[in-house]
Design a protein around this ligand. Structure first.
Ligand SMILES: Nc1nc2c(c(=O)[nH]1)N[C@H]1C(S)=C(S)[C@@H](COP(=O)(O)OP(=O)(O)OC[C@H]3O[C@@H](n4cnc5c(=O)[nH]c(N)nc54)[C@H](O)[C@@H]3O)O[C@H]1N2
Ligand SMILES: Nc1nc2c(c(=O)[nH]1)N[C@H]1C(S)=C(S)[C@@H](COP(=O)(O)OP(=O)(O)OC[C@H]3O[C@@H](n4cnc5c(=O)[nH]c(N)nc54)[C@H](O)[C@@H]3O)O[C@H]1N2
Ligand code: SF4
Ligand SMILES: [Mo]
Length: 694
């Protein structure tokens, strides 16, 4: 392990740590002890030599002049970002004594960890950190910010959380990318699709925005936000009506197809057209194309599930391959996430058994602002790591108000003074992933990869594992679980009889090969043993009915938003739907402070349809203000027709630029989606006008 750190020159293996399905295998080029270049590993069977421009520029982040290299204590007002350097001893003993006092006075649930996947390393975010907070007895965090609505919808239908493998896509003849911008967010899948297209396959993109992926499509199908389940139901209507369903497959592998057949009669192409904005003829054409092309594959992106009805949208779309029997055809079926194939031994890794209070309250990360402001008994300390809620969480105005509370003790472990860290009482310096030992799985491909340190920790920075180990010791936790080395943790995570796909992936194999493929043989029979209550694909789900949801796929309009039938009344206060998906050059808010990548994105923009711009007197390049009851967002107008009128788009999770309101989440609601406690970033309505503020 010390080998790579101590060699000053050469090329060394690495893994991309970012929250991206590709989980690329990387090569780090070192000169005089410094990483000078990051390239793709041409030998990796899936990710190969190509990597994205973000990570080609990763050295700009690792060696950024503003990286936090020492522990800091706040000296200015909260949010001001003024700190003084302190030692690790001081920082750790201050946190430990504060926590002991809080626990004595208010109980351990007064402390809340707030983390997400800023580094996807299993040890970094599902390891020593979990042990620490379990043993502490802190409040628990419900991590619904990313894909939980859709994953829950998928699981109601399919049981197991896995779908089509990348290797199968060589066979595919029709690719439907539905609510995903894979040019920016899953580039190796795009490469496989482009390969297929050279052999005659077609790409259909269904999205509210003709994004980079839509621009490449053979057919781009625009629709109103939050109407995807209606579109899928309209397709089902046509499939049943035209006899394009596979009766034998439905009989053998599904539950509820007769109920569904009756149910979808009401979703005529004409009715669905008036909801979705997709012309009736196009709905029929899409359904025929889907029903008549084999293998047909559906990539379900994250965009369509960040809505009030996001769980149902995914649940409905993933019923389509069950009607046609595409699940049995190599290269056919659907993909939402393949994370479940690589699931690790969570009990051993996270040690929930260390928790003295298994019933400790659970708080949704999507409602962190509200929780900080009004929860009773209050949260008195927030410990943020691998996350940047002041930029990424919904309704960030509330988050900021919460973080401003003088009686809240906030600790942030990060590589930078993020917009969140500005509010911290203590900032702890985090290593970059190239300074750590960790393992990575992908939620798309099937390889587990090992990262060992390539450079020493910069300054006094520490990995999450090391930092939580240190805190555990300072607070007096004596269990052996807090003495485990990184290698112990890896071995414990991989030792998991319950997941047959993990058999054969061992620490030794990882050390030898760096990247080890999961054992995919059980997948051949997955349809025969689905983990739904009936063991079948549940087109009808009693579990959904028990949860108060329609048991059959059903279109439910957004709580905040407009479909084609309920276009805003004239004079409506907020007549536009505001969609704020990721941009190409940042990874959520990560890289938002890297100048080279900032320069590529230029500035926060609002894409607005010429019709919507004209009635407001807005011209291309105008500085505009976007607002609703929650807040304001200052951007420049980009007048274009990449979406239907009534929808406006702003890409990228920008940091507050020089104190300006350049965070899209000032406008987004902190309601929870229909399933899984998911976030509903895109179910937002706004109004827009030219700003006098330059
Ligand atoms: N470059 C880059 N890559 C990333 C990220 C990043 O920030 N930047 N983030 C990473 C993370 S954490 C995630 S979760 C993934 C997300 O990546 P994707 O799965 O691609 O999802 P999003 O980019 O959130 O949204 C995709 C598209 O959905 C559209 N959309 C919004 N509402 C609707 C709707 O109602 N119906 C339909 N059909 N489309 C809709 C959006 O306009 C957008 O074009 O990307 C990962 N990769
Ligand atoms: N409006 C809107 N909001 C969104 C989305 C959207 O599409 N639109 N997307 C949502 C989605 S899908 C997601 S997943 C979330 C993502 O939200 P977050 O997970 O909060 O993602 P990032 O903004 O990238 O913040 C990650 C932070 O972790 C830090 N970090 C990286 N490595 C380490 C490490 O090893 N240790 C520690 N301690 N810190 C580290 C980084 O420096 C960075 O500041 O955002 C959500 N917010
Ligand atoms: S962000 Fe995604 S595409 Fe870019 S290097 Fe990392 S895993 Fe690969
Ligand atoms: Mo995400």
């Amino acid at each position: 392990m010390t080998r790579m750190i101590h060699q000053d020159n050469g090329v060394f293996p690495a893994v991309c740590p970012l929250d991206c399905p590709d989980t690329c295998s990387l090569v780090l080029h070192k000169k005089d002890g410094v990483i000078t270049k990051v390239t793709g590993n041409p030998e990796h069977p899936i990710t190969g030599g190509a990597i994205c421009n973000k990570v080609r520029n990763m050295t700009e982040r690792v060696y950024h002049t503003e990286r936090v290299l020492y522990p800091l204590r706040r000296v200015g007002a909260k949010g001001e970002g003024k700190f003084e350097r302190i030692s690790w001893d001081e920082a750790v003993s201050e946190i430990a004594s504060k926590y002991k006092n809080l626990i004595a006075e208010y109980g351990s649930e007064s402390i809340l960890p707030y983390s997400f996947y800023g580094n996807m390393g299993i040890l970094s975010v599902d390891g020593m950190d979990r042990r620490f907070f379990h043993r502490l007895g802190s409040s628990q965090l419900q991590q619904g910010i990313c894909n939980s609505a859709g994953s829950t919808g998928w699981k109601y239908t399919m049981g197991f959380g896995g779908g089509v493998s990348p290797e199968e896509l060589v066979h595919t003849k029709l690719f439907i990318v539905w609510g995903g911008n894979i040019v920016s967010t899953n580039m190796h899948q795009l490469a496989l699709i482009e390969k297929g297209r050279k052999e005659g396959a077609k790409l259909v993109v269904i999205d509210v925005h003709r994004n980079r992926t839509g621009q490449r499509a053979d057919w781009f199908v625009p629709l109103y936000p939050g109407t995807d389940s209606a579109l899928a139901l309209g397709m089902m209507h046509v499939l049943f009506e035209r006899g394009l369903v596979n009766e034998q497959f439905m009989q053998e592998f599904t539950l509820g197809h007769e109920e569904l057949r009756e149910h979808v009669k009401m979703y005529t192409p004409e009715r669905v057209a008036s909801i979705t904005g997709v012309p009736a003829d196009d709905i029929v054409k899409l359904a025929l194309m889907y029903g008549e092309t084999s293998p047909a594959y559906i990539h379900i992106g994250n965009g369509l599930q960040h809505h009030d009805n996001g769980g149902m949208a995914v649940r409905t779309i993933c019923c389509l391959p069950a009607l046609t029997g595409q699940w049995l055809i190599p290269g056919g079926g659907a993909f939402k996430s393949n994370g479940a194939y690589g699931s690790m031994n969570g009990e051993a890794l996270e040690r929930p058994d260390l928790r003295p209070n298994p019933d400790a309250r659970t708080i949704s990360m999507n409602q962190i602002g509200e929780a900080l402001l009004s929860l009773d008994p209050p949260i008195r300390s927030l410990f943020v790591y691998c996350a940047n809620p002041a930029v990424v969480a919904p309704d960030t105005g509330k988050v900021e108000q919460g973080l401003l509370r003088e009686d809240l003790f906030t600790v942030v472990h990060d590589l930078f003074i993020t917009d969140t860290a500005k509010y911290a009482d203590i900032v702890l310096p985090a290593t970059s992933s190239f300074e750590n030992t960790d393992i990575y799985t992908s939620y798309w491909h099937h390889y587990v990869q090992l990262q060992e340190p390539v450079i020493p920790a910069r300054g006094e920075s520490k990995s999450n594992v090391e930092m939580f180990r240190l805190l555990a010791t300072a607070i007096g936790f004596e269990e052996n679980a807090f003495r485990d080395s990184e290698e112990d943790l890896i071995a414990q995570a991989l030792d998991y009889a319950d997941n047959p796909y993990l058999h054969g992936v061992t620490l030794d194999a990882l050390k030898e090969q760096r990247s080890v493929k999961l054992n995919m043989t059980p997948k051949a029979h997955f349809l025969k043993s689905l983990s739904t209550p009936s063991g079948k694909i549940e087109l009808f789900s009693s579990r959904m009915a028990e949860a108060g949801l329609p048991a059959l796929p059903t279109y439910i309009p957004l709580i905040e938003g407009y479909d084609g039938e309920q276009r805003p009344a004239k004079g409506a206060e907020y007549p536009l739907m505001f969609i704020s998906p990721p941009n190409h050059s940042f990874l959520n808010s990560t890289f938002g402070n890297v100048e080279k990548l900032q320069a590529l994105e230029k500035e926060p923009l609002l894409q607005i349809h010429p019709e919507d711009a004209k009635v407001r007197g807005i011209e291309n390049g105008d500085r505009i203000v976007v607002w609703n009851d929650r807040g304001r967002y200052l951007v420049n107008a980009s007048v274009m027709d990449k979406m239907l009128p009534g929808t406006v788009i702003s890409q990228g999770l920008w940091w507050g630029q020089g104190g300006r309101n350049t965070r899209a989440n000032m406008l987004t609601p902190d309601r929870l989606a229909d399933m899984g406690g998911g976030a509903v970033f895109f179910s937002t309505v706004v109004e827009v006008k030219r700003s006098e503020n330059k």
